[in-house]
Design a protein around this ligand. Structure first.
Ligand SMILES: C[S@@+](CC[C@H](N)C(=O)[O-])C[C@H]1O[C@@H](n2cnc3c(N)ncnc32)[C@H](O)[C@@H]1O
Length: 200
């Protein structure tokens, strides 16, 4: 039976030390699903994007390239350090934080992303409450995950099954998001499941 828990890697010990540095460099090379995310949320001038679990900030960099400003948030100091060294830009602010405690004011973002990261969130309800808090009215929320071929139970299963995406969508609706939909994308990581939702 397929697991429906969308944060099945909540107990990952976190990225740090040499292994964390290697992971940050890998995320730079693979890149996040930056173009897919920007396209699906129609990011452009006038937008302020908060990227939750930004890693080394490849998506934040793409957002500012398209004229937005961005706040890159990640709990791992090594991700912020590599991001500042490789993807810095005057329109990107870097802060250490988590989905469950986003270091930003209420109603401060027009777009919130969490790319390849929800499967690591410690607490889905707390994370979604934070997304509701920081989004402006009408703001766009996007969560992308690699579309898993396996059943989402293995330690190497970084991503979601359709069941896990469906469970996350149900939580989005319970938290009061509107227009919760599932889209499919293709990026360097392979096929993506993309959950889109709007702040009322
Ligand atoms: C697979 S990486 C994805 C990084 C980047 N978004 C990308 O697409 O390349 C997952 C990221 O989530 C971060 N993360 C882990 N737990 C988190 C949490 N509770 N809240 C926010 N980010 C978290 C990790 O530190 C890591 O940088």
């Amino acid at each position: 039976m397929e697991p429906v828990v969308p944060n099945h890697h909540a107990h990952h010990p976190g990225f740090r030390g040499r292994a964390g540095f290697a992971a940050a460099k890998r995320f730079l090379e693979v890149g996040p699903d930056a173009s897919v995310g920007c396209d699906l949320t129609d990011v452009g001038p006038g937008d302020h994007v908060i990227d939750i679990g930004s890693g080394p900030g490849v998506a934040a960099r793409e957002a500012v390239r398209r004229g937005a400003t961005a706040l890159a948030v990640d709990p791992a100091s090594v991700m912020i350090r590599v991001g500042r060294a490789r993807n810095d830009h005057p329109d990107i602010t870097w802060r250490q934080g988590t989905a469950e405690a986003v270091p930003s004011e209420d109603a401060s973002a027009t777009v919130v992303w969490s790319m390849a990261t929800v499967h690591h969130w410690q607490n889905i309800d707390e994370g979604l409450a934070e997304v509701r808090r920081i989004l402006k009215p009408g703001g766009r929320f996007l969560a992308t995950e690699r579309h898993l071929r396996g059943d989402g139970t293995d330690a190497t299963d970084h991503g979601w099954t359709e069941g896990q995406a469906g469970s996350f969508m149900a939580s989005c609706r319970e938290h009061g998001f509107e227009n919760v939909t599932l889209d499919y994308g293709e990026a360097s990581r392979g096929k993506l499941l993309c959950v889109l939702a709007n702040q009322p």
